[in-house]
Design a protein around this ligand. Structure first.
Ligand code: ACO
Ligand code: ZN
Length: 161
């Protein structure tokens, strides 16, 4: 799996948001108003990444920090929630999604977050495969999670040890 030549994964900037929003609209039925993207960038900018090559944005990953029960024993811990990730349809299967997820998880670990989690459609085989390849496990099934009635998987990955 060779990463597309010249692709750099970096923190997103305000000027990337139009490209990110266009990628999100083209790739996923879960779309959001512009303010949602702006808020994630403002509040969790360290965990909002783009994959860029030659001044063009080919993918993004955006996240949020949330508190939740530790899946390793007791207590409340800070977790990283991958809210949305997408790669341009013409440039998939070139390692960009992996590179985005690996950098997200590196930054989450560096920030002291204990776990990385996300939700994904049970029918979204490419994404489920990507997460499994990175070591994510299905924590549980989320019945009717999506607005069209499709179930979700809650998938998570420990960032400890
Ligand atoms: N079929 C089967 N397995 C796949 C596929 C596919 N079409 N695509 C990726 N994978 C798996 C493979 O194991 C692959 O490794 P391999 O190529 O060595 O076999 C591994 O994932 C890594 O693939 P990457 O090239 O790193 O992933 P890519 O850059 O193509 O991005 C992504 C994957 C983000 C899921 C892309 O397909 C996409 O943008 N899909 C549409 C948007 C989407 O579904 N986003 C995720 C929604 S869930 C959420 O946002 C939390
Ligand atoms: Zn989510």
């Amino acid at each position: 799996m060779t990463l597309l030549e010249g692709v750099v994964v970096r923190g997103a900037e305000e000027r990337d948001l139009a490209d990110v929003i266009a990628l999100n609209r083209a790739a996923l039925p879960e779309n959001y108003v512009q303010e949602f993207f702006e808020n994630l960038l403002r509040n969790y900018g360290e965990l909002f990444l783009v994959a860029e090559a030659g001044g063009r944005v080919f993918g993004y990953a955006m996240c949020r920090v949330e508190m939740g029960f530790s899946s390793k024993g007791f207590g409340i811990v800070r977790k990283g929630h991958v809210v949305s990730i997408a790669v341009d349809a013409g440039h998939r299967r070139a390692g960009i999604g992996t590179a985005l997820m690996e950098e997200v998880m590196r930054r989450m670990r560096q920030s002291g977050l204990k776990e990385c989690f996300l939700e994904v459609r049970v029918t979204n085989e490419p994404a489920v495969r990507l997460y499994e390849k990175l070591g994510f496990k299905i924590a549980r099934r989320l019945p009717y999670y999506y607005s069209d009635g499709v179930d979700g998987y809650l998938m998570s990955h420990s960032l400890q040890g």
